[in-house]
Design a protein around this ligand. Structure first.
Ligand SMILES: Nc1ncnc2c1ncn2[C@@H]1O[C@H](COP(=O)(O)OP(=O)(O)OP(=O)(O)O)[C@@H](O)[C@H]1O
Length: 258
């Protein structure tokens, strides 16, 4: 059974002049439980809108969208979204931020603390439990956000360009961490990015989107064992295939040209 099933979905908004703006058209895709799917495409192709529809933050104009065979009518506490800007509470320390997500789920006291500590350890931040967000780097803040999301043991994690604001080295490290955690816990992950390398490195399938109106142009299955080396020949071949889909490749160049 599909975890997420989307069929002939359309989404329109009204622009400032009241004209209809078709943002997504004829989206059909299914996502299996435990799958890692990336939505990849240029700015404005509707990636965030599609993710927001799945997360229940927006409603479709037409078509069907079900999760676990039930229509999505609003946000579900079993599904967690991680944004680019971390969303941490500055007045709570690291442990308090992770505990917050658990409290919202009705887990309190020593049980919440124990679980929060377990997930802080998973993201390598145990010794920063007493620090406040203002004392952390961007990468550390995002790891707190990941720990907070994972601690509630969600069955779907939506990630909207979570590493876009981070420097390349931090991004690589966090990509590895997300992969490791996904392999260990196997939640379903829907990951929005406009970074081709990130999409190919992380996901089992890459849904390539194109704009005006936003649609899924192609779905590429990345058949590689995970984790894999960033220099892996198979990975480079997939990367090249995705670049070609975006017509960002110079076919007349050498094998290494992009
Ligand atoms: N609430 C809204 N009202 C009107 N237009 C909207 C609304 N939300 C999104 N749009 C429009 O829908 C289109 C797709 O936006 P969306 O944020 O989904 O794209 P994206 O692919 O995620 O882009 P980016 O990578 O820049 O975040 C854009 O033209 C945007 O202006």
């Amino acid at each position: 059974m599909a975890k997420i099933a989307i069929k002939n979905l359309h989404k329109s908004f009204q622009d400032a002049q009241g004209n209809q703006l078709d943002v997504l058209t004829d989206i059909t895709i299914t996502v299996a439980a435990g799958e890692f799917l990336c939505l990849l495409g240029p700015s404005g192709c509707g990636k965030t809108t599609l993710m927001n529809l799945m997360a229940g933050f927006e409603q479709a104009t037409k078509g069907s969208l079900t999760i676990d065979d039930r229509p999505v009518t609003g946000p579900n506490p079993k599904h967690i979204t991680i944004f680019q800007d971390y969303g941490l509470f500055p007045w709570r320390n690291v442990l308090g931020n992770v505990v917050f997500g658990l409290e919202a789920k009705g887990i309190r006291g020593a049980a919440a603390r124990k679980k929060a500590e377990e997930y802080l350890e998973l993201v390598g931040l145990s010794q920063f439990a007493g620090s406040f967000p203002s004392q952390l780097s961007g990468g550390m803040k995002q790891r707190v956000a990941i720990a907070r999301a994972l601690a509630v043991e969600p069955d779907i994690i939506f990630m909207d360009e979570p590493f876009a604001a981070l420097d390349a080295f931090t991004r690589y490290r966090l990509q590895d961490e997300v992969l490791r955690i996904w392999l260990e816990k196997k939640p379903t992950i829907i990951f929005v990015t406009h970074d081709i390398d990130e999409a190919v490195y992380l996901s089992q399938r890459v849904a390539i989107m194109s704009p005006n109106p936003g649609r899924i142009k192609k779905i590429i299955e990345i058949k590689l064992p995970r984790p894999c080396d960033r220099g892996d020949a198979g990975l480079i071949a997939y990367r090249r295939q995705v670049f070609r889909e975006f017509e960002l490749i110079h076919e007349a160049g050498s094998d290494f040209a992009i």
